[in-house]
Design a protein around this ligand. Structure first.
Ligand SMILES: Cc1cc2nc3c(=O)[nH]c(=O)nc-3n(C[C@H](O)[C@H](O)[C@H](O)COP(=O)(O)OP(=O)(O)OC[C@H]3O[C@@H](n4cnc5c(N)ncnc54)[C@H](O)[C@@H]3O)c2cc1C
Length: 371
């Protein structure tokens, strides 16, 4: 096919279908941007139906659980294409059958990177638990019907240990405190949510008491790789669009692509994209090959760190190449410039990724982590 990265026909088909889906979403970005992230009625349902037709529901679930049974590499391919689209229009690709939507309530006002500092509590109460706490940045709470709530056990034999619960968002005692505005224009909000005397049966504890952090780590590993994947898609789109613009835009009697200052920005962006792509793809292959989970952990952090910072640099250069147009909300570079910033913060900041990588380097050495 003349394409540079070796992959199976099945992988290539998934990649092509995901790209087609992303291409269908692109024309709606500016409408979403100019309407607080919202699309006109009915459009979201149309997109959801398309996702179902293409078999992209539950891409992260095994077949036995009603998922697509995609490999980690195939999930990366899907998320990479989704990453080409701004305003979170690509979040239409759901888990499970899309009938239920989840959100995660881990972070608190006084506990972000340092998850162990959370003050939310889970107290044994008859055959269930009572949950209390105030959570920050609960992404998608306005669209979710269940929430994963992380707390520390208060009292009992496992006092102080972490526990995670799955709770319906309409359970009495759960309320939105406020919905702050963020840099990006997404339909998915990140409200502050209070849990006050929320009663849940013991069956809603995930795993056993003390397992809370295990689930958080598993989720982080998965999501860090997917952030890296989406960053690749964003960078690819930015490079494509800013290159096309540079070839067309005239200044001083010639296309600005003719100026070495512009060429070098694009050359750096392309080089960094390729490096990040190889890293991210290889990390996914390692997961599919059942590589030591600690090595996976370090490699997911390296992929997230490098790809998110790479995409930030690419967006910054793209704004520069577009000039004044790059500062307009109707321009893809302006939107990505804001949207990509959070990829260096959520699911572990760049500093936390570096701390994880350095810790693994000390324990396992260069060879184990880089081949
Ligand atoms: C848009 C958005 C959506 C989010 N969605 C969710 C969600 O759905 N659910 C959820 O639970 N959380 C969510 N978060 C929270 C996110 O995971 C945290 O913001 C992130 O982990 C950082 O925590 P913090 O904001 O408290 O910053 P802090 O942890 O206070 O960090 C502040 C600064 O200190 C640095 N720092 C902290 N510790 C160290 C260290 N040991 N070494 C070096 N530097 C350090 C950080 O890197 C950072 O630069 C979201 C955040 C945003 C912005």
């Amino acid at each position: 096919m003349g394409l540079s990265y070796p992959m199976s026909d099945a992988d290539r088909e998934i990649q092509a279908a995901a790209r087609a889906l992303a291409d269908e979403l692109l024309p709606h970005e500016v409408t979403a941007e100019l309407h607080g992230g919202e699309l006109p009625d009915g459009l979201l349902d149309t997109h959801r139906r398309r996702v179902a037709e293409l078999g992209f529901e539950a891409v992260n679930m095994p077949k036995e659980l009603g998922g697509g049974g995609f490999t980690a590499f195939q999930q990366v391919l899907v998320q990479e294409q989704i990453g080409r689209v701004t305003n979170a229009l690509g979040w239409v690709v759901p888990t499970i059958r899309g009938e239920r939507r989840e959100c995660y309530a881990i972070t608190e006002e006084g506990a972000g990177s340092d998850v162990d500092a959370i003050r939310a509590t889970a107290t044994r109460d008859g055959d269930g638990y009572r949950l209390d706490g105030v959570k920050w940045h609960v992404t998608s709470f306005n669209h979710a019907d269940h929430v994963f709530f992380q707390a520390k056990l208060a009292g009992g034999p496992n006092a102080g240990a972490h526990a995670m619960f799955v709770v319906d968002t309409d359970t009495p005692g759960i309320r939105v405190v406020r919905t702050p505005a963020y840099s990006h224009t997404y339909p998915y909000h990140h409200p502050v949510v209070a849990f006050e005397d929320v009663r849940v049966p013991a069956g809603q504890l995930i795993g056993a008491e003390g397992d809370g952090m295990t689930f958080a780590y598993e989720w982080f590993r998965y999501e860090r790789l997917m952030i890296a994947a989406r960053a690749l898609g964003a960078a690819e789109r930015l490079i494509e669009e800013s290159t096309a613009f540079a070839k067309d835009r005239q200044a001083y009697g010639q296309p600005i692509f003719g100026y070495q200052a512009v060429q070098f920005m694009l050359a750096d962006s392309l080089t960094e994209l390729w490096a990040a792509r190889l890293m991210t793809y290889q990390t996914a292959h390692g997961i599919d090959a059942d590589l030591d989970v600690k090595v996976q952990h370090a490699q997911c952090s390296m992929a997230k760190l490098y790809a998110s910072e790479m995409a930030g640099r690419v967006a910054d250069r793209a704004v520069q190449i577009f000039g004044g147009r790059g500062y307009m909300r109707e321009n893809v570079a302006e939107r990505f410039y804001r949207e990509l910033r959070v990829d260096r913060i959520w699911e572990g900041t760049s500093e936390i990724q570096r701390a994880i990588i350095a810790d693994q380097l000390a324990k396992r050495g260069v060879g184990r982590l880089t081949g």
